[in-house]
Design a protein around this ligand. Structure first.
Ligand SMILES: Cc1ncc(COP(=O)(O)O)c(C=O)c1O
Length: 355
């Protein structure tokens, strides 16, 4: 059913295929849960209020669903993501929310405009402004440091950088700032002041920069960010166990790694064929409902059985593993199998991988 890794991804016939027929390890997406997540977010942030971040799924077919719900602008982390979306006719308003200095990649992004795309690039320094202008980029956002130790200029620098960009002929659409520190605060009452503090820095920068775009926000802050004119949430579509633990969020786990038990040890543990090479592990171990995950290594997930951890599995049993971090997990895979209960209803290439 699945071609070897060396073969290019093709959409395959899924009629009559059951989830148990799939080769493991592979990613499966529960269609109804995905629909729930997409529609819950579209109801909260309709149309342009949401600029979905595609880095969380890297999948044009899923982006098409988001666009069909009214979100015609997308956030990208790589030029490759922008190229893929533009080629699929989803290039109405693409934001590269990341600093890029590679002249060829910037020129590739700029050239998407000739194919009907609108391209905006984040800049946070004289060097990134100059690189964007030299490559033929026309529109930028000033990326502001709102507290996360990553990209972004000091709020007090934003006005000067906007002036510099305008002098070089760039259109400055406004500002962006990602309040990533809020992603480690599960309690909404504690998370809200973290967002407010970050957004006060972005608002100050916006005062100095002007423009009508204030781009910020994420899955865990979408309902508490009143400063952003558009929210860059990504994980909400597929979700992972880290964000599912945030009790104020309405989004549910749509993604799992489908695995097969390959060994059962009488000492009370068993092994399935997922591992570090099929799961993003930077947010910790994945979850197997009713079991305890003991160790994850390259191609093995060892989990307990017996007592509170359920009866002994058999070699060949399938096991659903819930990833702790969606973005890197998806990036390890070539395709997402979309399932409705036991039935496989679609196969979506993860076609926006690479840089
Ligand atoms: C620039 C930027 N915006 C928004 C997000 C929010 O993404 P998510 O909704 O997946 O947490 C991220 C995540 O890392 C990001 O890097």
């Amino acid at each position: 059913l699945c071609a070897p890794w060396s073969q290019p991804v093709r959409i395959r016939q899924t009629a009559g295929v059951r989830v148990h027929d799939l080769r493991t390890p592979c990613l499966i997406v529960d269609a109804a849960t995905l629909d729930h997540n997409l529609t819950a977010m579209a109801a909260a942030l309709p149309g342009r209020r949401l600029r979905p971040h595609v880095k969380a799924h890297k999948c044009t077919a899923l982006a098409r669903r988001q666009a069909a719900l009214g979100h015609r602008g997308f956030t990208c982390a790589t030029v490759r993501e922008m190229e893929g979306l533009a080629a699929a006719g989803l290039g109405d308003d693409l934001l590269l929310a990341n600093e890029v200095v590679d002249p060829e990649r910037l020129a590739t992004a700029a050239a998407l405009e000739a194919r009907g795309a609108r391209v905006t690039v984040a800049v946070d320094s004289d060097a990134t402004i100059e690189a964007a202008a030299a490559a033929g980029i026309r529109e930028v956002l000033i990326d502001v440091d709102v507290g996360l130790p990553r990209c972004g200029c000091a709020p007090g620098e934003a006005g000067r950088l906007a002036d510099r960009a305008r002098k070089l002929g760039l259109e400055v659409r406004g500002v962006m700032g990602y309040e990533g520190l809020a992603t480690i605060v599960p309690d909404p009452d504690e998370r809200r002041p973290v967002v407010e503090e970050a957004m006060s820095r972005l608002a100050a920068a916006h005062e100095a920069v002007g423009g009508d775009v204030v781009s910020a926000g994420s899955t865990v802050t979408y309902a508490m960010n009143d400063t952003a004119t558009e929210v860059q949430a990504g994980s909400y579509a597929l979700m992972d166990t880290t964000f599912a633990a945030f009790e104020d969020l309405p989004f549910r786990l749509a993604l799992s790694l489908w695995t097969t038990v390959i060994s059962v040890n009488p000492k009370g543990y068993a092994v399935c064929d997922g591992g570090l090479k099929s799961l993003g592990m930077d947010h910790g171990n994945p979850t197997i409902e009713g079991r305890r995950v003991l160790v994850v290594s390259d191609e093995h997930i060892t989990f307990s059985w017996g007592g509170d951890h359920g009866p002994a599995p058999a070699v060949g049993d399938r096991v659903r593993v819930l990833p702790a971090h969606v973005d890197p997990t998806v990036a390890y895979h070539e395709r997402l199998w979309v399932v409705d209960g036991e039935e496989v209803v679609d196969c979506w290439p993860v076609d926006l991988r690479g840089w």
